[in-house]
Ligand binder design. Structure first.
Ligand code: SIN
Ligand code: MN
Length: 267
């Protein structure tokens, strides 16, 4: 176990858990270096903003033989801090469903409308929301800078049927309508900002309603999302499977690396 019983209770109650100073500044620096390199790559793994053309999302940083691969990111995904914490929440062995970086450049980084991640992932053939997202702040995340917001306890609503929006940004998502969001906030309370220093981690449930605004600040907001699926949450076949860097179907348990710090070679 990496998480305490009290932390697991808080996760079940709120649908998220914040772990401050979990990743060291030097480790964050290495991951950012890999991400800066990956952003330059011309590949479908890099999705750009509609208006500015700068990188909005980068997939596949754990694929060491892929165009966006980064040893530091892959290594961190197998650290006790991230992997054992994910196993604790899932009560199972875990594997990487995907890793993505979400970038919001100063002044131009765009909105993520209110949504639940499982709204998308169930279309990949997943029947149960037995996944967890472990988000790592690579920059200081502030309200002005478009930090994430969570609606505490909203995961208890299950997966809400929401309309698909592929117009607002370069990434289509099942977005809660104004009526759905108003009703949710009335029942669950106002969204809370997920602000913090680089190295802060937020673990959250696939049915937790979340979103974030435009980056109005003069600082970039880069974040890395490690998404783990429970190995027993087997994916069913679908007509048009997404690429494995977005929806990995190989449920082989991930092993914890020998050295905890990614500053040291893995084995
Ligand atoms: C997401 O929900 O996948 C992204 C939200 C964000 O990075 O602000
Ligand atoms: Mn999301």
């Amino acid at each position: 176990m990496f998480l305490t019983d009290a932390q697991l209770e808080a996760y079940d109650r709120d649908g998220f858990l914040i772990l401050r100073d979990l990743v060291s500044p030097e480790e964050v620096r290495l991951v950012k270096q890999g991400l800066a390199r990956a952003c330059q790559v011309q590949d479908d793994r890099v999705i750009r903003e509609k208006s500015s053309g700068s990188a909005r999302m980068v997939y596949g940083m754990h694929e060491l033989d892929g165009p966006t691969g980064c040893e530091a990111t892959e290594g961190l995904a197998r650290s006790t801090r991230l992997l054992q914490a994910a196993r604790d929440v899932l009560h199972d062995e875990a594997y990487l469903f995907h890793i993505k970086a979400n970038l919001k450049e100063a002044m131009t980084g765009e909105i993520w409308q209110w949504h639940q991640d499982f709204g998308y992932w169930r279309t990949d053939g997943l029947s149960e929301p037995r996944l967890v997202t472990t988000m790592l702040m690579l920059d200081r995340a502030t309200e002005l800078g478009g930090c994430l917001y969570f609606v505490p306890g909203s995961h208890k609503d299950g997966t809400i049927e929401a309309p698909f929006d592929d117009k607002t940004t370069s990434v289509g998502i099942w977005t809660l309508s104004q009526e759905q969001m108003t009703d949710l906030v009335k029942r669950r309370g106002e969204p809370v900002p997920v602000a913090g220093e680089p190295g802060t981690v937020a673990m959250f449930h696939p049915d937790l309603v979340h979103g974030s605004g435009h980056n109005m600040s003069t600082h970039a907001r880069w974040q890395m999302y490690f998404v783990y699926n429970a190995v027993s949450n087997v994916m069913q076949p679908v007509a048009k499977p997404r690429p494995s860097y977005k929806a990995n179907r190989k449920n082989i348990p991930l092993q914890i690396r020998a050295k905890e710090s990614i500053l040291e070679p893995a084995e």
